[in-house]
Design a protein around this ligand. Structure first.
Ligand SMILES: [Zn+2]
Length: 326
């Protein structure tokens, strides 16, 4: 059953605790119905949406060509709302988002008690991130969608994901800015496992998923893994923590991918700065630069200045690095 697939997670304590909780999670995680599988395609039916960044959409449900909401409006709202803990009213409705991204109706589930303005903000954050990936990452068109569950149940985790499901534990996340970075980190897992896939029938015996042989030898993620790893867990000779963007990335190839994914997209200048001090980080930076066609979401100059003064310092995880500046 698909629910038995390994799940990677992100927590805020030490990696040893992460491992224990992960093992517990295998037995305790909630049983869910199978996600609907939709096929995403890059087609030219709606050139106006394509120009605004929405170049992919569900072939099951066509977006309305009369949508009032533009990508620029979405971007502007998300960037303001999630910059800090601010309560601003969304200038559009849930329906407006569904009109341009109808798949989100089935993809995202919220706790019934969540206030409407929060639902709109979280939906907007997902629509914006997906829109960015569709616009700037050609691989994203081959995507099999996943389900996103927002949960208000108490948890020691902040989020966890595999290629089919993402769980976000709202009560464990301290502020809006951290949420947006966690969403990006989790999307990194989805892209790593669900989007970047090889075609070759021959599987890699070196880069496995928790020792399970699973990835094709031409899986594009392997090009990233092999920059600093000999195999799933073991780093290459001479590699140190300075060759990773955070301590959490040292856990395994999957956390390294998701952390680097978030660091590149939300702390572009910091990644660029650190890559001056480590040829390995430079290769990782170039990998993502190529993947996103040179585009990114936030430059975050302030954090880059901190790294310039402290090039040997690493955050525990990249989703909290910006709080260093506050
Ligand atoms: Zn993770």
């Amino acid at each position: 059953m698909r629910n038995q697939l390994p799940i990677r997670m992100k927590i805020s304590l030490k990696s040893i605790i992460a491992t224990i909780i992960f093992l517990l999670g295998i037995f305790l995680k909630p049983q869910l119905t199978s996600p609907d599988i939709l096929i995403w395609t890059n087609n030219n039916i709606l050139p106006s949406l394509a120009q605004e960044g929405f170049i992919g959409h569900s072939i099951k449900t066509q977006p309305s060509p009369t949508s009032k909401l533009s990508f620029d409006q979405l971007q502007s709202f998300v960037q303001t709302y999630f910059r800090e803990n601010r309560s601003i009213s969304p200038p559009f409705t849930q329906q407006d988002i569904y009109e341009i991204f109808p798949h989100l109706r089935a993809q995202v589930s919220f706790p019934s008690t969540l206030p409407q303005d929060k639902k709109i903000a979280y939906l907007a954050s997902i629509a914006y991130l997906q829109g960015f990936l569709w616009a700037h990452m050609s691989w994203y068109n081959q995507f099999l969608p996943y389900k996103i569950f927002f949960l208000d149940s108490p948890s020691s985790l902040r989020a966890l994901s595999n290629e089919e499901k993402m769980f976000i534990y709202l009560d464990s996340i301290s502020n809006n800015a951290e949420y947006r970075e966690i969403l990006t980190h989790e999307m990194g897992h989805v892209v790593d496992l669900g989007v970047l896939r090889g075609q070759n029938l021959q599987k890699s015996k070196i880069f496995t998923e928790f020792w399970e042989i699973k990835f094709s030898i031409d899986d594009p993620s392997i090009l990233f893994y092999q920059i600093s790893r000999r195999w799933e867990k073991l780093t290459l000779r001479g590699v140190t923590y300075k060759d990773f963007v955070s301590w959490y990335s040292l856990n395994d190839i999957f956390e390294d991918f998701a952390e680097s994914f978030n660091f590149y997209l939300n702390h572009y200048e910091s990644f660029k700065t650190l890559s001056k001090y480590s040829p390995i980080l430079k290769s990782k930076f170039q990998y993502f630069k190529k993947l996103f066609d040179g585009e990114y979401i936030k430059s975050d100059i302030l954090t880059a200045q901190y790294f310039e003064q402290n090039p040997n310092w690493r955050p525990w995880d990249t989703t909290k690095v910006q709080q260093k500046n506050k």
